[in-house]
Design a protein around this ligand. Structure first.
Ligand code: C2E
Ligand code: MG
Ligand code: MG
Ligand code: MG
Length: 280
């Protein structure tokens, strides 16, 4: 009896799974057809100057109404496209159509196109972008590519190299969904923290690279605004310490101030600074 119920439960669960997989497969089939027939469309959302209201750009967003499925939201079909590789032809179409439309509108502000990580990572992507711009006679500075921070990129070094190649074409690059990844900025707002400890990678260039300086300054301002104390780890040089001091950092940790030491060494240090250490 128990065995039979168990079997039914398995079958029932299995049927549910089949239904979900079937619906997904159906969507994949319909989406593949829609891309082939070029029956997707793009909507454009204005980006405006908050004070003057002037148009600063337009973001192209894919829209799909299927004869069988009805209106399907990008939050449903983009993930399916990502998983099945259909995002590559879909993305190429969106890029082409947005550039065509932008050239036709003859705007002075850029059109922004979303680029999925799997598109970005294709070796030929920069050439595709260049060819698309040429085809429509669109100036590269009038195209902005939005690359999402949401999906993990398997090879960050290659990703950065691809972005450099795109930048060399003259197109603009935008980091989309910044702050959405729970591990980064968002966790500062949602977690009950008494401290945020800045990664030593942020410190590496602080003495030579103005960008590192600005990032540290902004992160300090962000944490202060949220009333979360900040510590910086990995301080190795006097120059780094001086930079951190002038930025306003209060608490630091690193080889410069002291390496990790045995308890007896710490006891000695504490005595040296006049700290009372109880014996034994
Ligand atoms: P959406 O139009 O529903 O698009 C959702 C997401 O699908 C986009 O988020 C983007 O990641 C992806 N997507 C859309 N078209 C393409 C495409 O051609 N290629 C690729 N690779 N991905 C695509 P994203 O880029 O962050 O766009 C902003 C979203 O927020 C859009 O949703 C937009 O309609 C929506 N939105 C804009 N203003 C508001 C607002 O005030 N409130 C709310 N709730 N949503 C807003
Ligand atoms: Mg976007
Ligand atoms: Mg976004
Ligand atoms: Mg640590």
């Amino acid at each position: 009896e128990i065995k039979k119920a168990g079997k039914d439960a398995v079958r029932f669960f299995g049927a549910d799974m089949d239904a979900a997989a079937g619906a997904r497969l159906h969507m994949e089939t319909r989406l593949r057809a829609a891309i082939l027939e070029e029956s997707l469309t793009l909507h454009y959302q204005p980006q405006v100057d908050a004070l003057s209201g002037h148009l600063m750009g337009l973001e192209a967003l894919a829209r799909w109404t299927d004869v069988e499925l009805g209106v399907v939201s990008p939050s449903e079909f983009i993930p399916v496209a990502e998983e099945t590789g259909l995002i590559v032809p879909l993305g190429a179409w969106a890029l082409d159509e947005a550039c065509r439309q932008a050239a036709e509108w003859n705007l002075r502000v850029p059109v922004a196109v979303n680029v999925s990580p799997s598109q970005l990572m294709r070796a030929e992507f920069p050439e595709t972008v260049q060819a698309t711009l040429r085809r429509h006679g669109l100036l590269p500075q009038l195209l902005k590519l939005e690359v999402t921070e949401r999906l993990p990129v398997r090879d960050p070094v290659l990703a950065a190299e691809q972005l450099r190649r795109l930048r060399a074409l003259g197109v603009q690059l935008s980091l989309d969904d910044f702050g959405a990844v729970q591990s980064a900025v968002a966790s500062l707002m949602t977690l009950p923290l008494q401290e945020v400890k800045l990664d030593r990678g942020l410190l590496a260039g602080v003495t030579e690279d103005p960008a590192s300086w600005q990032v540290l300054r902004a992160l300090l301002a962000l944490a202060r605004g949220l009333k979360i104390p900040v510590i910086v780890e990995g301080v190795e040089t006097e120059a780094q310490l001086a930079a951190l001091r002038s930025l306003g950092f209060r608490t630091v940790q690193g080889y410069l101030m002291g390496r990790p030491e045995r308890p007896d060494e710490i006891t000695q240090r504490l005595r040296n600074v006049g700290h009372t250490v109880s014996p034994g």
